[in-house]
Design a protein around this ligand. Structure first.
Ligand code: BGC
Length: 254
């Protein structure tokens, strides 16, 4: 790698903020303080693309850019939009974003997949083989499924059915806030959800990501009856940015 290729810009499109920074790929760390702009509401493709361009411009960046999206992405096309504007459905989002960035090459991938890629290489998943399920708990529930370090993209386990409901509407951090659930009540829901995922995939390990992983001591000790090891993510809020940059560098496995 040349000096310039050791850094790639990563941008994470989230429900509340669009944040990015150049990433030092060897260390798996931000190479500069991240820049954040508030996610516009409604989060239409044009508005969001404008914000992404603002974040990238902030660093005077030219070159490849990795970008996360909170939904299914296949070959640059956004295929689901659970928590964003429906105008993203079946959109050539990679084309739109690249055009707004003056033609810079864009790699677009699911946000949880990006966080998982970063976590498996530089965080709590490092060196883990077997089946690993990374779950990001936030506005929704994102998932990244790995087998022997290799990602199975767009797993969308947050939308499994739990007690007749879309699981993320019961067990996400937003559900905890919306229903004013205590840690104990929320942990019970999360416990049921983890048991369900375990029944389907028998993972060796769950990696628990999202901002709430900082407070893992409040809820992980309450989880019981799960065979898999349950480990809080190490990279926390920057995992998406780091993973996006890694994907743009062509790195999709640990
Ligand atoms: C989306 C996933 C996303 C997750 C976290 C879910 O609603 O369907 O694609 O990874 O939210 O943002």
């Amino acid at each position: 790698m040349t000096e310039t290729q050791t850094r790639i810009m990563g941008v994470d499109i989230g429900g509340s903020g669009i944040k990015g920074a150049p990433v030092d790929l060897e260390r798996g760390e931000l190479a500069a303080e991240r820049h954040k702009v508030l996610t516009p509401h409604p989060a239409t493709p044009d508005e969001v693309a404008g914000c992404v361009a603002e974040v990238v411009r902030h660093f005077d960046w030219t070159g490849p850019v990795g970008i996360t999206f909170p939904g299914v992405v296949t070959d640059g096309v956004t295929r689901s939009a659970a928590n964003v504007d429906k105008a993203w459905l079946d959109l050539d989002a990679r084309g739109l974003l690249s055009a707004r960035l003056g033609g810079m090459p864009v790699t677009l991938l699911n946000d949880a997949d990006a966080a998982g890629i970063a976590e498996m290489t530089h965080g709590a998943g490092r060196g883990r083989s077997g089946t690993v399920v990374m779950l990001t708990l936030g506005t929704g529930i994102g998932s990244a499924l790995f087998t022997d370090g290799r990602l199975v993209p767009n797993s969308e386990l947050g939308h499994l059915e739990l007690n007749g409901h879309d699981a993320e509407t019961r067990a996400s951090v937003r559900a905890k806030e919306d229903h004013d659930l205590s840690w104990e009540r929320w942990a019970r829901r999360l416990n049921k959800y983890l048991a369900h995922v375990e029944m389907l995939f028998s993972p060796d390990c769950f990696l628990i990501g999202g901002g709430v992983s900082r407070k893992a001591d409040k809820f992980l000790p309450l989880i019981e009856g799960i065979r898999a090891e349950i480990v809080p993510a190490a990279l926390q809020n920057n995992a998406g940015i780091v993973g996006a940059a890694m994907a743009a560098a062509g790195k999709k496995t640990a």
